[in-house]
Ligand binder design. Structure first.
Ligand SMILES: C[S@@+](CC[C@H](N)C(=O)[O-])C[C@H]1O[C@@H](n2cnc3c(N)ncnc32)[C@H](O)[C@@H]1O
Length: 100
């Protein structure tokens, strides 16, 4: 099953995609999930200052996602994502989870 994903970029909802894969079939997960910045009081990406990268495209927001869940919804979603990553991972695998 995982072979169908080799050398391809798959566009879809990460949870749906991960749920279609077999347990312990993945060596390495590298992810930079949405940071829920619109809800954040820090970092300043959404307050017009631009944070560290003043020309960042992300200042205009995502085209298909508003990045504005309640904290509870966001944490619940990310817990589901991390649980799926963990299920997919082989015993000697690793997850690199890049976050704010
Ligand atoms: C912090 S950005 C990471 C950007 C990436 N590192 C890059 O350089 O393009 C989070 C990305 O997650 C995507 N995203 C949002 N919801 C998603 C979902 N349910 N499944 C998969 N990707 C999603 C966003 O569209 C955005 O591209």
């Amino acid at each position: 099953m995982a072979e169908n994903f080799l050398n391809k970029i798959i566009c879809g909802d990460c949870l749906n995609i991960m749920q279609s894969l077999h347990s312990e079939s993945i060596d390495l997960v590298i992810t930079s999930p949405p940071y829920n910045l619109k809800n954040s009081t820090g970092n300043g990406m959404k307050d017009g200052r631009g944070g560290k990268w003043s020309n960042a495209k992300l200042i205009n927001g995502y085209s298909n996602y508003d990045d504005c869940l309640s904290h509870k919804e966001y944490v619940n979603w990310q817990r589901k994502c991390l649980s799926e990553m963990y299920r997919l991972l082989k015993d000697n695998g690793a997850i690199f989870y890049n976050h704010k």
